[in-house]
Structure formats: structure tokens, C-alpha cells
Design a binder for this molecule. Structure first.
Ligand SMILES: [Zn+2]
Length: 462
């Protein structure tokens, strides 16, 4: 399975580990905080650093591209005629570093302690971008070529919602044409459990407004003849689920596919202690669809959550009123195959149907983010699994993530391409928090994994 030249490649990346660490430190030293306008020049400098590092890796094209917001660094090597093309995605912007006093070493002066490099952006996502640039460089220096065509996009607005990225993709569709997208901006399930993420949930939401009397009413004078909007809202929300946590909105689960017995058995082998997790979360016990595994509920089942409710009197003491209105904000995480428009319509219709008499109910639906799924049977995912096994010495498990990654949804929506989510962060890396770190074992095994990945993808996609 190992390509004949793999030894030389691995030798190269092992011999250069110290340099990769120095490069990561230099990149971290550029405080590319996309959220803070006074760091805009730093974000640009960080894109220039990325382009410079692409040139050093031997990419024949390496430029900074404008987006209307913070710039993207783009690089390419297209010398493998007739071979497949991959597009590698990462981001070079970082989260703000506050609160500064909680950092053991300064966030932008990275330090190695106990086999980990500490600094803002170390794992999210400069270090993970660098894994690819180091692997590309190894192929180009050792062999003078890559086994396939490579394009690299390193975005500058991921941490602020990738505002300009979808338009960028649409505009640069031709330049970015490829066979598969490789994203390295995720974590593995746990240390020593290499993992590939194969599904992400989508997102839609609603605002439900229940209107009663034109003004708040005296509950003594009018109590008994007017329907209370807060009570009506509570009835509506309580009607959404049954006692077993199942959403009872007709059609809600229509397009949801069940895990195969094999997939469910695999999820069941992942270490998760419900009592321990409940304790960490500060709840007496876990809730939700009682017939299903917690990880299945977190990754592969849709949700319907009340995110906020307001109405009536919220101040000190008592105010005996029948409020004039009540509002709830509700959202759903969607799983693969669910159509956001259908789900929005199903819930809106249901809310109107169960609304009690005596109030008027308005439902506004928003959002359009579909879940993203890459079949584990896709040749690119199988290739990534082989590469990870070679890099980490252990076959990866397939995991989902309950959250939504904007750029991944955008690639899905604009380019309609399979995506391989191959990140190597650890769950305790403190991304977005003080003392963000990247475990050097993960970093170096990640570089070796990417070195194998290009060979495996070239073979799998041809
Ligand atoms: Zn990230």
C-alpha cells in the first residue's frame, strides 16, 4: 500500500520538523484576528505569509486574492497532466486572544512545552494548513512532482462566519475546479483515536410570535375571558415533542436516514460515558430520544430546540398582567437528506395547527443550511482512511459533528463536490480559548498523513 518513494518522503518530513515548528511560530506571530478591524493589516500579512510559504513549498502559483473582506491565500501546482485535482481548504485568520491574562505564554509568541506548541492559531488553523504545505513541499523536493494536481485555498474570514467566501467560490468557480475538497479544520474523537468526519448537521430557525390583547391587560379585570399568549406559546412548544424526546411534527423525519446496524455498532464502540458527560455539563442526566445512543443523537439525528422565550413582566416583584404577546426563538439542526425548506414548512404549518384559539400566531422561518455528508464508501474517504492509518499507525473511526462549518456548506452548495474532512486537532486543544495548543505528535503524524494522502487520492480517484 505504501508507495515506493514513501520512505524518502517520510525521511524528509522527519528531518525538517524543527523548521516546521519555526515556521508555525513565525505564522502565529502575525496576529491575524479577523474580528478586530485594527488587525486588518495583520490578516493581510498573514495571507502574504501563507502565499510565501506556498512558494517555498514549490507551488507554481501562489497569490493573495481579494474577497471584498479579508483576503484568501491561493496556491496551485497543476503539473500532473491527466491526473485528478484536489482542493485543500484551511483558514489563516484566528480568534481574538482575550482574556490575555489567562495565557501561560503570550498568544502570539508561541512556545513549546511538554510536546505541545501553545499559541493562538496553533491548531485552528495555521498548524493544520502547514501540515499540507509541508507535505506538498516534501513531494516536490524529493520527487520533483506531486502525484496529482493540487490547489490550496487558505481563507481569512472563517472565524467571523466566512462572510465573503461563498461569493468568492462562485466568482472563482473555474479557477477552483477540482475533483474533491480536502478540509483540515476539525478534531479527532480523542487522543489515540484517529478519526474522519463524514457528516455535519445543517441549520434552520424560526421566530414564533403569539399575539393576544392589543395591550397588557389587568389580570384581575380580564382574567378568565382572555387567552394568555405566554400560556398559548408554552402549549405550542410543548406540543412539538412527545415524552420520549421524539419530534412529533408530521413529516419532520421523512428524509432522515437510519444508521445501518454496522454504523450504529461502530458508534457504540466509541468511548462515551453518559453519566460522566451529564456531570461535566451540569445536568442530572442526559435527555433526548431515549431509544438512541447519545452520539447518534448528537451527530446523526435532527434536533428542535427552543433557544429563547420572552414576553410578559420580567422585572422585580409582581405585576399582575395578561401580556399582550409572547415570542419564542426555535432552531433545528438538520441531518443529511433533510430539505431545509420542507422542514421549515412542516414546523410552521404544525405550529399554526396546534395554536390554541383566542390568539393570533405568526411564524417567520429563516436559514437554509443543509447538512453535509460524504459517504464513507466514497473512494476519496477510503483513501483518506488509508493515509490516516499510515500516518497514525491505526485505522481511523468515522465520526460526525453536530455543528455546522460554514465553508464546508458553501463548498457543498457552490461546487457540489465530495469533501474529505481530515483534521487532527484534539478535543482539549482549547481552540477559541486561552492556551490554545497543537499537540506535536498530532502535528507531525498529521504531516505524514498528508504526505501519504496525495498518493492515496491519486490512486483512488484516477
Ligand atoms: Zn478553524
Amino acid at each position: 500500500m505504501v508507495a515506493p518513494h514513501a520512505d524518502a518522503l517520510i525521511g524528509h518530513v522527519r528531518a525538517n520538523r524543527d523548521r516546521y515548528l519555526d515556521e508555525l511560530k513565525a505564522w502565529i506571530a502575525v496576529p491575524s484576528i479577523s474580528a478586530q478591524p485594527d488587525h486588518a493589516a495583520d490578516v493581510r500579512r498573514s495571507a502574504e505569509y501563507a502565499a510565501e510559504r506556498m512558494r517555498l513549498a514549490g507551488l507554481t502559483e501562489a497569490v493573495v486574492l481579494e474577497t471584498g473582506g479579508h483576503p484568501v491565500a491561493y496556491g496551485a501546482w497543476l503539473g500532473a497532466k491527466g491526473k485528478p485535482t484536489i482542493l485543500i481548504y484551511g483558514h489563516h485568520d484566528v480568534q481574538p486572544a482575550d482574556p490575555l491574562d489567562l495565557w501561560t505564554s503570550p498568544p502570539f509568541a508561541a512556545e513549546v512545552r511538554n510536546g505541545k506548541i501553545y499559541g493562538r492559531g496553533s491548531v485552528d488553523d495555521k498548524g493544520q494548513c502547514l501540515m499540507h504545505l509541508a507535505a506538498i513541499e516534501a513531494h516536490l523536493r524529493v520527487n520533483g512532482k506531486l502525484p496529482l494536481n493540487v490547489k490550496v485555498v487558505i481563507e481569512g474570514e472563517e472565524e467571523i462566519g466566512s462572510e465573503h467566501f461563498e461569493a468568492f467560490l462562485a466568482r472563482e468557480k473555474k479557477r477552483l475546479a477540482c475533483d474533491v475538497v480536502v478540509v483540515s479544520d476539525t478534531a479527532v474523537f480523542a487522543e489515540d483515536v484517529p478519526s474522519l468526519t463524514t457528516s455535519l448537521r445543517g441549520l434552520v430557525h424560526w421566530e414564533i410570535t403569539v399575539r393576544g390583547p392589543a395591550n397588557d391587560l389587568h389580570s384581575g379585570y380580564y382574567g378568565g375571558i382572555v387567552k394568555n399568549p405566554l400560556e398559548a406559546l408554552a402549549q405550542i412548544l410543548a406540543a412539538l415533542k412527545d415524552a420520549h424526546g421524539r419530534i412529533v411534527v408530521p413529516g419532520f423525519y421523512d428524509d432522515v436516514s437510519e444508521l445501518s446496524p454496522h454504523e450504529r455498532a461502530e458508534v457504540a464502540t466509541l468511548p462515551l460515558d453518559p453519566a460522566k458527560l451529564a456531570n461535566e455539563l451540569g445536568v442530572p442526566e442526559l435527555a433526548g430520544e431515549s431509544a438512541r445512543l447519545p452520539l447518534e443523537r448528537m451527530w446523526f439525528r435532527p434536533t428542535l430546540e427552543v433557544n429563547g422565550m420572552y414576553g410578559g413582566y420580567q422585572g422585580a416583584g409582581q405585576k399582575t398582567i395578561i401580556p399582550s404577546f409572547a415570542v419564542a426563538k426555535v432552531s433545528a439542526r438538520l441531518v443529511p437528506h433533510q430539505d431545509p425548506a420542507r422542514v421549515k414548512h412542516a414546523v410552521t404549518t404544525f405550529v399554526q395547527r396546534v395554536a390554541p384559539k383566542g390568539v393570533r400566531v405568526e411564524v417567520e422561518a429563516h436559514g437554509d443550511v443543509r447538512a453535509v455528508e460524504t459517504s464513507r464508501d466514497h473512494p476519496a474517504v477510503a483513501a483518506a482512511a488509508r493515509a490516516m492509518e499510515l500516518g497514525f499507525g491505526k485505522a481511523p473511526v468515522f465520526i460526525g459533528t453536530g455543528g455546522t462549518i460554514g465553508p464546508v456548506s458553501s463548498f457543498d452548495r457552490i461546487l457540489h463536490l465530495p469533501q474529505v474532512l481530515i483534521g487532527v486537532g484534539l478535543p482539549d486543544d482549547a481552540i477559541h480559548a486561552p492556551n490554545e495548543k497543537f499537540d506535536l505528535g498530532q502535528f507531525f503524524s498529521g504531516i505524514e498523513t498528508m504526505t501519504y494522502l496525495y498518493d492515496e487520492l491519486a490512486r483512488a480517484l484516477k
